[in-house]
Design a protein around this ligand. Structure first.
Ligand code: HEC
Ligand code: HEC
Ligand code: HEC
Ligand code: HEC
Ligand code: HEC
Length: 311
């Protein structure tokens, strides 16, 4: 009887979401968030955690037909930190011979083949002389989503002090090099790409430019990288006010955390990005405008929104 209910629910899900095309049956909706390449936690000197689960690869894995919550039994709220224990014996692997199998299995490797993320960017960014590639940490709910955007936009796209440089123009960068773990996805985002799209180390990201007459000038800071390295070398010798002054120089063109561009300044009708001009299809543009950031979490009983998640 339970089996019938399960199948019925699965079929319903496929009909409702219009997907009979062999993608994973994600009954718990986990992939709504976890399917994005580059969904990565904050980086520390010890490294970072990757939360991406590729839908296709998951389906092809030995557990492709198993609903996420069969193993992740504790996850029902957001952010789901603190209740993330996994079980292998929730109706499965109960036989005596499986005990040994499970005891010897390195759980950390379970999703290893289902993750894609950028490991290195060579864009000459001054910011990254001092900040990690995945620097966002303060908001547990938003940080990994913000980090995800680094795979397809430069730091300045969100952090530039807009008033200082208006009028602004947002466009793709020409050519940058990146290293990937998992599947290279550098060409996934820019819809206007030519032959570079086939390179496994190519990445194109949205960036911000100032407009002077007909000239477009990149606002990505690469020119202070040497100065930043000098700062790092001398940092220990500086007193607080010297330090503050020198840091102020590196941050002179950006808004610090509290007044950066928020989710809704891009994902809403009043978006600062011209999705059409950036080459997105009408459907994709609509999806990005109407991306229901609140809706991403309404299924869950307990959740809180940091400031930027408010509509
Ligand atoms: C609304 C978006 C969203 C949904 C839906 C969602 N997650 Fe997550 N999940 C996240 C984010 C964001 C993180 C990373 C949190 C962080 O930055 O530490 C995460 C982290 C995790 C982690 C790692 C926790 C840790 O720190 O080790 C697991 C496991 C996980 N999710 C499983 C699931 C499962 C299973 C489901 C479905 C029942 C699910 N998630 C649904 C957004 C989501
Ligand atoms: C067969 C059991 C099983 C299923 C099914 C399963 N997971 Fe996991 N998951 C694990 C294990 C084991 C870990 C590693 C836990 C650890 O490191 O202690 C894990 C870890 C994770 C993490 C944290 C990142 C990582 O790799 O350590 C995320 C995110 C996650 N799972 C999401 C999902 C989503 C989304 C689904 C459904 C599409 C899913 N899992 C289905 C067993 C499972
Ligand atoms: C020379 C090193 C250095 C460079 C270069 C640098 N930063 Fe920072 N940044 C820091 C340090 C150290 C702090 C923390 C102290 C502070 O707030 O001044 C910081 C703070 C920040 C904060 C605010 C954090 C908070 O909690 O308020 C943001 C945002 C930020 N940096 C973004 C950037 C961006 C974007 C760039 C590139 C345009 C950049 N930084 C370049 C060292 C640097
Ligand atoms: C999608 C927009 C976006 C992009 C791209 C982005 N940031 Fe941020 N950043 C934010 C927002 C929003 C906050 C404020 C987070 C909060 O208050 O929780 C922030 C906060 C920060 C902070 C404060 C640290 C913290 O605790 O979260 C630093 C440092 C920072 N950003 C550096 C960078 C650097 C370096 C890059 C490029 C590698 C970058 N950011 C790219 C939106 C972005
Ligand atoms: C500067 C503009 C900008 C800001 C700010 C921004 N986004 Fe995005 N976001 C984008 C663009 C552009 C894409 C599309 C990338 C692609 O798929 O080509 C995107 C994609 C996404 C996606 C994946 C949607 C999809 O279907 O591919 C999610 C989820 C998302 N953003 C959530 C957020 C959240 C949460 C925040 C705030 C923490 C945020 N975004 C802030 C521009 C932005």
């Amino acid at each position: 009887m339970r089996k019938h209910t399960f199948v019925l629910a699965a079929v319903l899900m496929m009909v409702l979401s219009g997907r009979g095309d062999g993608v994973a049956m994600d009954e718990s909706g986990c992939l709504t968030c976890h399917r994005y390449p580059g969904l990565v936690g904050p980086e520390t000197p010890e490294g970072f955690k990757v939360f991406h689960i590729d839908e296709k690869r998951y389906l092809q894995s030995p557990h492709g037909k198993t609903d996420c919550r069969k193993c992740h039994t504790g996850i029902e709220k957001l952010p789901h930190v603190g209740d993330t224990a996994v079980t292998c014996t929730n109706g499965c692997h109960l036989a005596e011979k499986d005990k040994k199998l499970i005891a010897e299995f390195d759980l950390k490797t379970l999703h290893a083949k289902e993750k894609s993320y950028v490991t290195r960017l060579s864009d000459g960014s001054t910011c990254r002389e001092c900040h990690h590639l995945y620097p966002h940490r303060s908001s547990e709910l938003a940080r990994s989503f913000i980090n995800m955007h680094i795979s397809f936009m430069t730091c300045e796209t969100c952090h530039i002090n807009r008033e200082k440089f208006e009028p602004l123009h947002y466009d793709w960068t020409d050519s940058e090099t990146a290293d990937f773990e998992g599947e290279p996805f550098g060409a996934r985002f820019n819809p206007n790409l030519g032959p570079e799209a086939n390179s496994t180390h190519f990445i194109s990201r949205i960036s911000v430019f100032s407009i002077k007459g007909k000239k477009k000038k990149s606002l990505v800071n690469t020119r202070d990288a040497k100065k930043a390295r000098e700062f790092l070398a001398e940092e220990k010798k500086l007193n607080e006010s010297e330090k503050e002054e020198r840091l102020g120089y590196f941050h002179r063109d950006i808004h610090k955390a509290k007044i950066s561009v928020t989710c809704n300044e891009c994902h809403s009708k009043n978006t600062i990005l011209d999705f059409k001009q950036l080459g997105f299809s009408e459907k994709k543009a609509k999806d990005l405008v109407y991306l229901d950031i609140k809706g991403l979490v309404t299924k869950y009983k307990v959740f809180y929104f940091p400031h930027m998640f408010r509509q």
